[in-house]
Design a binder for this molecule. Structure first.
Ligand code: SF4
Length: 473
């Protein structure tokens, strides 16, 4: 509702290089106010396409679709009714799907009339009760939800459609997107795909998760738009997103089947093969030739496990962070991978390489060496300073190997998207937060001043079951 502040934020994003800006519209008033935001921006000559983020209110989506260029809806929330733990008969399942379609039709008509695009944005952790009953909280469930809504749009003759499947756990996000591609191919669909690792948190860990999830999919030619989601000022997301696209965007697609299958061979020792074949990609950012090599070596400690060795030719450490995360994730698709071995000449210190290696293993769920954080990027529903609270929680609880903590902006979506965290600190409105143990709210409406201390005591008194690795659900 704060038009001027929103306009200023959009301008900062555009100046940083953002090509699309999404704004939360949680209710009808906020959806209507998108017109003021858009008018003010256009008067200032800012033409960036705007996207309305709608969660629960179909009416808000229908208003927004008459104003902005794209509307994002979450099928998990865009349902006719909520039936937690209900056991659906086939008839009930189909009836509810029909009701969902009926609820969507008016929006599709408005979108057609105004040439508004629609994003079906599915998040792991906020699937509908109906989907959860049949598929559980799984990549298969995410894809089923996407396919149902895509079918409805297709059958209604609506094709300005974008799909996204996001998760905070990188392997889940990758698995879901690859499965979607497979089902799209079977159905003959060719809709654009938006990529993102959601609730990635902040700092280096969040960037590595994004590079691992988004970069590895882009490298395989999957993805049309991206969002790097950080619990930081929004404009901080853009430089990293731009770099990721410049390294792995569609025009740079470089990997071939032949090269990938070479490495599935097992114990190839100290043999190297350039993975990069296109002229474009075969250059470092400064235009010099790259000698990036990938080796898969035997792990001397576990004969059946493999270490992936990635060697780069003295690239800047920040670029190494992106490329090693994406390249490793692209290759580490089977569970025989036990480690990573990075080489970057003299451009990265041993300490930097060690830290990066551990962070990549953690981002891909292969090995946990410190606390794992799930934190949302915040939006119009966040009513406290989530960035500083996340920093405080990290400072107090950041080094506990195997612990997983969620810091989320609101109780509307926060609890569902905690991604299996042991504890959660979640915005409860009016500057208060609620503390969760697992999915259970244990201390409600805590004042912000004491919340971090209380969370630390909660963890110290109740402990956590240390996770070494995490498997794809
Ligand atoms: S969890 Fe965070 S990003 Fe998601 S709706 Fe709530 S405040 Fe917004």
């Amino acid at each position: 509702m704060d038009t001027q502040a929103t306009v200023s934020q959009v301008i900062r994003l555009v100046e940083a290089g953002s090509e699309l800006v999404r704004i939360t519209a949680a209710n009808i008033r906020e959806a209507e106010n998108l017109a003021n935001i858009k008018d003010t921006l256009r008067q200032k000559g800012i033409k960036v396409p705007l996207i309305a983020d709608i969660h629960f209110k179909p009416e808000a989506a229908e208003i927004a679709a008459q104003i902005v260029e794209k509307v994002r809806i979450n099928p998990g929330n865009y349902v006719s009714s909520h039936h937690k733990n209900k056991k659906y008969t086939e008839q009930e399942y189909q009836d509810e799907l029909l009701l969902t379609a009926e609820k969507l039709f008016p929006l599709l008509e408005i979108c057609k009339k105004h040439e508004t695009a629609l994003r079906i944005g599915i998040n792991h952790g906020s699937l509908s009760d109906r989907i959860l009953f049949r598929y559980g909280n799984t990549p298969e469930g995410m894809v089923a939800a996407a396919m149902e809504f895509t079918d409805i749009c297709y059958n209604s003759g609506f094709d300005k459609l974008v799909i996204s499947l996001k998760a905070s756990y990188v392997p889940t996000m990758i698995t879901a997107n690859k499965l979607l591609i497979k089902q799209f191919q079977e159905a003959g669909y060719h809709y654009p795909i938006h990529l993102g690792v959601t609730e990635a948190g902040n700092g280096m860990a969040a960037r590595i998760k994004s590079a691992a999830g988004i970069g590895s999919l882009l490298a395989e030619g999957i993805g049309d738009t991206i969002r790097v989601s950080l619990t930081e000022p929004p404009e901080k997301e853009i430089p990293f997103a731009k770099k990721l696209v410049s390294l792995y965007g569609r025009s740079h697609q470089v990997f071939t089947e032949k090269e990938i299958s070479f490495f599935s061979n097992g114990n190839i020792k100290n043999e190297t093969i350039p993975l990069v074949i296109s002229d474009k990609k075969n250059k470092n950012s400064d235009g010099t030739a790259s000698d990036f090599k990938l080796e898969k070596t035997s792990n001397q400690f576990h004969d059946d496990k493999q270490v992936i060795k990635l060697s780069y030719n003295d690239i800047p450490h920040e670029e190494l962070m992106i490329r090693a995360s994406a390249d490793f994730t692209l290759k580490a698709t089977d569970n025989t991978i036990a480690g990573i071995w990075l080489n970057n000449g003299t451009s990265s210190t041993p300490e930097q390489l060690s830290e990066l290696s551990l962070q990549i293993l953690q981002a891909t769920g292969l090995r946990y060496s410190k606390t794992e954080f799930v934190a949302c990027p915040s939006c119009g529903r966040t009513l406290f300073d989530i960035e500083s609270v996340l920093e405080k929680v990290k400072a107090r609880l950041g080094e506990k190997k195997g612990l997983k903590i969620a810091v989320m902006g609101c109780v509307v979506n926060g609890p569902g998207e905690m991604a299996g965290a042991d504890y959660g600190l979640i915005g409860a409105g009016n500057g208060k937060v609620t503390l969760y143990k697992g999915h259970k709210p244990v201390l409600k409406n805590q004042s912000l001043e004491d919340a971090v201390d209380t969370l630390v005591s909660l963890v110290e008194n109740n402990g956590f079951s240390s996770r070494e690795t995490e498997n794809i659900s």
